[in-house]
Design a protein around this ligand. Structure first.
Ligand code: HEM
Length: 470
């Protein structure tokens, strides 16, 4: 009976709140584990644990042999695939992407100013999605999707991702249903058609440009990968190009938006942190958009982002792996080979043995105060981007987006919670609105930010605040 309930309500996070010990069975043969030593064994470099079949539900098509970098299960295939594209996401590549982010910040600022002037209500969670989608569009294809222009859900992409990620996290447990689900969604017109056609068009354009001009071409990612194919046609296929481009959109938009929402939400709830961050930004003397390099010289900004990702990681499910041959003892319990085990960042990030008795509190200072040993422990168990060889390849890009935007928002706007929404903690999937005030010295605009949705396996963005233009 217990397992039926588990299936109906995947308690990926909540189960660990019941004092049951470090191991929770979330379904027959599926275990969520809370233990730093186990995490190291499961994900650490050189680990023999491969991704579980849960990831099949994140494949781009119903043909399960067609994988993407996130879903591919074989470690060998993963290493080959990752090598093909790793340079596109390197720190060196970031420099080329920086103007794309600046472009989106400028438009975002214009929109926020307009809302403040008009006194219009806005949903900031949505607008942070708009920003994250447009940045990823610009970096990947050299063109924004157009979210920041009108604030519309272009091609229904936000809704599509929201729905399909939630569905995938469930279908991963019933993976035999996944091909049927994919066929049905295609039939109902709920597939990734918009992203696919947008990607396809830009890939064709990049190929045409590559044919006609030969020097100094790449700036956006598609151009880079098309150029790599031209230089090494036997190594990079058309499928590689398409799947790299569309994975960026899938993996890199919602996650970054959720994280940005978390930063704003927690700063609003922690005025001392907001004050300290503002002081740091003021002291830097930067008046325009900061460069990524400049943001790296702002230590408090760095820990604010890190702490926001710790208390509200964008992925809310155990990153399931399969116990290898011979089985293994994890958290004091023997697991036979073939068992699905995983650690959930929402669980490890709230572990008081790792982050201290105030683990549930947003307190960026913890990262600055920790001694070497404590620091190492916290770092090793920080898994907002995963751990080990399957760590997020887009981490640098998302840091670029966040590091550049947050100082601008914090420096140029005053944030304010609406009277109706002065709630402590997160509200699950609440979508509310706020009024816009305007004073002689500042404009107030309204934002709506991320909520923790503990009932969902995939965390969404929602909750509400107000902002003043300084
Ligand atoms: C704050 C933003 C982000 C968060 C929190 C995040 C989180 C994660 C996590 C937890 C994983 C590892 C999952 C696992 O072990 O199964 C992952 C993998 C991945 N992420 Fe991200 N991600 C973010 C941004 C991005 C961006 C911007 C991109 C692309 C531009 C991206 C692309 C990917 C890809 C392709 C993988 C698979 C990597 C591999 O297995 O080699 N992510 N991400």
């Amino acid at each position: 009976m217990a397992s039926i309930v588990s299936f109906l309500q995947p308690p990926f996070t909540l189960a660990h709140t019941i004092p049951t010990g470090p191991i929770v069975r979330v379904a027959p043969n599926w275990y969520s584990i809370s233990d730093p030593t186990a995490a190291k064994l499961i994900y650490g470099h050189g680990s023999k644990y491969q991704k579980s079949e849960w990831y099949d539900a994140w494949n781009p098509m119903d043909d399960l042999s067609l994988t993407n970098l996130f879903s591919v299960r074989s470690s060998t295939k993963h290493a080959e695939d990752r090598k093909k594209v790793a340079s596109l996401y390197s720190m060196t590549s970031l420099v080329a992407y920086e103007p794309f982010v600046d472009n989106c910040i400028e438009i975002f600022k214009q929109r926020l100013d307009e809302f403040a002037t008009k006194g219009q209500l806005i949903d900031m969670g949505h607008w942070l999605q708009c920003y994250a989608f447009d940045v990823i569009g610009k970096i990947t294809f050299g063109e924004r999707f157009g979210f920041l222009d009108a604030g519309n859900d272009v091609g229904n992409m936000i809704d599509f991702l929201d729905g399909s990620f939630t569905a995938c996290s469930y279908f991963g447990l019933y993976v035999w249903l996944f091909p049927m689900f994919m066929k049905l969604s295609k039939y109902l017109g709920m597939d990734q058609a918009y992203v696919a056609s947008f990607s396809f068009r830009h890939i064709q354009e990049a190929k045409a440009t590559m044919k006609n001009y030969h020097v100094d071409l790449p700036s956006h990612m598609t151009m880079k990968v098309v150029q790599a194919q031209a230089q090494n046609p036997e190594k990079i296929s058309d499928y590689d190009i398409l799947v790299t481009a569309s994975s960026n959109v899938g993996a890199g938009s919602d996650t970054t938006a959720i994280s940005l929402s978390s930063v704003l939400y927690h700063l609003l709830h922690t005025p001392a942190s907001m004050k300290r961050l503002r002081e740091e930004i003021k002291l830097s003397g930067i008046t325009g958009n900061p460069t990524f390099k400049e943001t790296q010289a702002m230590p408090y900004l760095q820990v604010v982002i890190k702490e926001a990702l710790r208390v509200h990681p964008a992925t809310g499910f155990p990153l399931f792996r399969v116990v290898p041959q011979g089985g293994e003892v994890l958290a004091g319990q023997f697991f036979p080979e073939g068992t699905n085990v995983g650690v959930n960042s929402w669980v490890s990030h709230y572990d008081t043995n790792i982050y201290g008795p105030d683990a549930a509190t947003f307190r960026p200072e913890r990262w600055l105060e920790a001694d070497e040993q404590q620091s190492k422990l916290m770092e090793q168990n920080f898994m907002a981007f995963g751990i080990g060889s399957r760590t997020c390849i887009g981490k640098n890009i998302s840091f670029l987006e966040m590091n550049k935007l947050i100082p601008v928002l914090v420096r140029d706007f005053d944030f304010e919670l609406s009277q109706d929404n002065k709630v402590d903690g997160w509200t699950a999937r609440t979508r509310c609105s706020l009024t816009v005030k305007e004073s002689s010295s500042s404009k107030t605009i309204v934002i709506l930010i991320c909520a923790m949705d503990n009932r969902q396996c995939y965390n969404t963005r929602t909750v509400v605040f107000g902002v003043k233009r300084k």
